[in-house]
Design a protein around this ligand. Structure first.
Ligand SMILES: [Fe+2]
Length: 369
């Protein structure tokens, strides 16, 4: 399974993960064979990339999502309904939000050994809702890594799910503007933190700490954030956790103004922000839940050979199972073989291949994107 940019999709490729628009509307069902028309339609609807079934290495273990697709879709729909309801009727069903967050927590506690490998692919219109669910899932995983109890996980999860709710008060034309925001427009976008806090703080059933996540998730470790320029531990820990999840998920999303980064690029950027914009401990906690070399990525190992990642496990995420496809002279092997790096203490992954390496070694067919 591989995420492929829309411009590289070709007819006869097989969709590996369903692509949704809203909850009920499936734009491309998993298993569907793409046609020229289908690709054109996805493009018109603002889908920037699609997971495609692996053709070259059919024995690849398809990665599991950390929560079942059904729970993810229901949550996205609930967030959407909540945001609309709050906007139109100024009412939010906190109990419903809390109950769905609790079901996500239960799923994540039960699947503690699964690493995040998949990125949810959504139409641009759905971005805010799908992103909110991703941030909620990543924040709860971070909380579990930090041994939070159930009550704190709920406070964190509810606040993470609603962290951007203040955006419902902002004109969508400003929100989705590809670039060239004026100073005033940018200031207006920044106000979503205050709006969110004001919207949430008066709900008796909602922890004031959850409301503070909406208020503080753009504050930065070095004090360069907004709205108040808080610094370090004066920013509530929930907001510091959500800030990391928010940045990481935003990097993996296709946006109207830029395509998504790869997992490796996103992790490198996160590492650079660690200790500057983001709390370094929480970056480490989040990263421990991410498959650094996700299934399908190309890596170079210490013997100089190059392989494709077939399987990862959470116990030793830096030592995946790979299929060797190129030898240490750059020659493509006609007979590939599998190697489980967890069984070879002396061999390790040196790096993930980038686009230039892939072109140089003529391995595009393994990547396509
Ligand atoms: Fe935000």
């Amino acid at each position: 399974m591989r995420r492929i940019k829309i411009k590289h999709l070709k007819p006869n490729m097989v969709v590996a993960r369903s692509v949704y628009y809203g909850n009920a509307h499936v734009l491309a069902q998993a298993g569907m064979v793409l046609t020229v028309d289908a690709i054109k339609r996805l493009d018109e609807l603002g889908i920037a990339s699609v997971y495609i079934r692996e053709q070259y290495v059919p024995e690849t273990v398809e990665p599991e999502d950390v929560i079942p697709e059904k729970v993810r879709l229901e949550t996205i729909e609930m967030v959407k309904a909540s945001f609309i309801n709050l906007h139109d009727h100024l009412k939010l069903d906190i109990n419903r939000v809390a109950s769905i967050v609790n079901s996500i927590i239960d799923e994540l506690l039960a699947s503690d050994d699964i690493l995040v490998q998949l990125t949810d692919i959504r139409a641009f219109d759905d971005y805010l809702f799908a992103h909110s669910v991703n941030v909620c899932v990543l924040s709860i995983m971070t909380g579990i890594t930090l041994h939070f109890d159930k009550a704190r996980l709920t406070e964190l999860g509810v606040g993470a799910l609603l962290h951007d709710i203040g955006k419902t008060k902002i004109d969508s034309e400003i929100l989705n503007k590809p670039d060239d925001l004026s100073r005033q427009e940018f200031d207006e976008i920044k106000r979503h933190t205050n709006y969110g806090f004001e919207m949430l703080r008066n709900y008796a059933d909602l922890s004031l700490l959850s409301a503070h996540i909406a208020f503080q998730h753009h504050e930065r470790w070095d004090g360069q954030g907004y709205p108040r320029g808080l610094r370090g531990e004066s920013i509530h820990e929930y907001a510091r956790i959500v800030a990391v999840a928010d940045v990481y998920d935003a990097l993996l999303a296709d946006r109207p103004y830029r395509p998504s980064y790869t997992v490796n690029q996103a992790l490198t950027i996160l590492e650079r922000m660690s200790g500057v914009y983001l709390d370094p401990n929480f970056v480490t906690a989040l990263v421990s839940n991410i498959a650094i070399y996700p299934v399908g990525s190309l890596v170079e190992i210490s013997t100089g050979y190059i392989g494709i990642v077939m399987e990862v496990n959470k116990v030793v995420p830096t030592r995946p199972v790979i299929r060797i496809i190129v030898d240490n002279t750059g020659r493509r092997l006609s007979r590939t073989h599998m190697i489980d790096l967890s069984q070879f203490a002396t061999i390790m992954v040196i790096r993930a291949l980038n686009g230039d390496d892939i072109d140089k070694l003529n391995l595009r067919e393994y990547v396509l994107a």
